[in-house]
Design a binder for this molecule. Structure first.
Ligand code: ATP
Ligand code: MG
Length: 206
C-alpha cells in the first residue's frame, strides 16, 4: 500500500470509530436510571447458571460490597466455590440448607421444611440494610416443587430494598418470577460431557 492509501484507510477508520462512539454515547445518555437493584434470573437446561451467579458474587466482593448466598438445594459434596469464598468471610454470609434436599431424599415434608428455613435465612439477609447482592441458588427448583408459596416469594422479592441485587438460579424458572425480573438469562444446552459418560469434574462441576 502507498503512503496515501494508508492515510485514506486510517482516516476512514477514524471516521467510522467517531461515528460509533457518537452512537454509543447517545445510547448511554438515553439510560437515565443511574442505580437500581436488579432481580436477575439464570435459568435453562445448559450448564452455567450457578457459576455465573458466583461470578457476579466475585465481582461484587471485588467492590467491597457485603453479599449473601443461600443455597436451596444442597448437593452431596463440598464445592470449590464454597471453600474459595471462605476467604471473603468479612464480607460474605453463606447459608447452605442444613440437612439438605438432595436428589436422593424422598421425604417431601423434610425438604419443604428445609426450603422454608432457607427462605427464612434469605428474608433475614434481605432485611440487612448493608447487603448489596444476594444469591438465591436453586430457588427455582424449590419453587418448581411447590415447597414455597410462589406468590409470596415473588412479592417479597419485588418489595425488597430498591438498591439490593438478587440473583436467582435454577432450571424451570416460574413465569411469574421471569415477569418480575429485570435481567433473565437462559443457558441453553449445546453439549455436556455427561452425555458422553464423563463424570463430574473437580473445578468444573464442583
Ligand atoms: P453449574 O453449577 O455448573 O453452573 P448449573 O447451575 O447451570 O451448573 P444445575 O442445574 O444447578 O446447573 O446442575 C448442577 C450440576 O449439573 C453441575 O454439575 C452441572 O455440570 C450439571 N449439569 C448442568 N447442566 C447439565 C446438563 N445439561 N446435563 C448434565 N449435567 C448438567
Ligand atoms: Mg446450579
Amino acid at each position: 500500500m502507498t503512503g496515501s492509501a494508508d492515510e485514506t484507510e486510517a482516516l476512514r477508520h477514524r471516521l467510522k470509530m467517531a461515528k460509533r462512539k457518537a452512537a454509543q454515547d447517545a445510547e448511554v445518555a438515553s439510560k437515565t436510571i443511574l442505580e437500581k437493584g436488579l432481580l436477575v434470573v439464570h435459568t435453562g437446561n445448559g450448564k452455567g447458571k450457578s457459576t455465573a451467579a458466583f461470578g457476579l458474587l466475585l465481582r461484587a466482593l471485588g467492590h467491597g460490597f457485603p453479599c449473601g448466598v443461600v443455597q436451596f438445594v444442597k448437593g452431596g459434596r463440598e464445592t470449590g466455590e464454597r471453600r474459595a469464598f471462605e476467604r471473603f468471610s468479612d464480607l460474605l454470609v453463606w447459608h447452605t440448607m442444613g440437612e439438605g434436599f438432595t436428589w436422593e431424599t424422598q421425604d417431601r415434608d423434610r425438604d419443604k421444611r428445609a426450603a422454608e428455613a432457607a427462605w427464612c435465612r434469605a428474608r433475614e439477609l434481605m432485611d440487612r440494610p448493608d447487603l448489596k447482592l444476594l444469591v438465591l441458588d436453586e430457588l427455582n427448583i424449590v419453587l418448581r416443587y411447590g415447597y414455597l408459596p410462589l406468590a409470596e416469594v415473588v412479592a417479597v422479592l419485588a418489595a425488597r430494598r430498591s438498591d439490593l441485587h438478587v440473583v436467582v438460579t435454577g432450571r424451570n424458572a416460574k413465569p411469574e418470577l421471569i415477569e418480575a425480573a429485570d435481567l433473565v438469562t437462559e443457558m441453553s444446552l449445546v453439549k455436556h460431557p455427561f452425555a458422553a459418560g464423563v463424570r463430574a469434574q473437580a473445578g468444573i462441576e464442583f
